[in-house]
Design a protein around this ligand. Sequence first.
Ligand code: GDP
Ligand code: MG
Length: 177
Amino acid sequence: TDNEEKHSIVLLGSGSVGKSCLVIHFLQNRFVQDYDPTVEESYSKMVIIDNKPAVLELIDTAGQDEYTATRDKYIRSGEGFILVFSVTSRSSWNKISEIYTKIRRIKEVESPPAILLANKSDLENDRIVTRDEGEEFSKKYNLNYFETSAKAGINIKSSFEEIVRVIRDYKRTIKKK
Ligand code: GDP
Ligand code: MG
């Protein structure tokens, strides 16, 4: 129907941080160890969050280069963004602020709906990016921050629920204007 609630959510982040594993875990409740890193896929899922149904279109981007025309296209059409880095990769963390800046520029809004995920938090011994760093950045940009593990199934459901809430809040505010 026309008044069906629908949100387009784009996962962004460096290659191999766990974007595909997070999406698959959310959809199927299992950890798929080796998902083709080159496959760009979109999924549709009906969810009920805070007692309200919504259809989520999840876009799992692939590839290393954040600055392709396709990437820009996803940012343009996306309504909410899940930014993912791995706590075991400094370079994936460094990419986060680049990506978020890019989203803000393309969307031409100060705070586009987004959340930040520090994935692979099960690999505590290989951790390079601290929780403090993640939290500080999130505070600065008013993002919600989650430490996740696609492998151990930690914080995945709550992250996806949170991005829906953030998008709902955002849509409510722009409607009021
Ligand atoms: P993508 O390129 O961002 O889509 O990354 P993938 O989802 O394909 O994952 C890249 C690699 O990291 C794979 O070998 C996964 O098995 C592994 N991986 C993904 N998430 C986790 C996690 O939370 N913990 C651990 N230990 N490994 C993970
Ligand atoms: Mg992938």
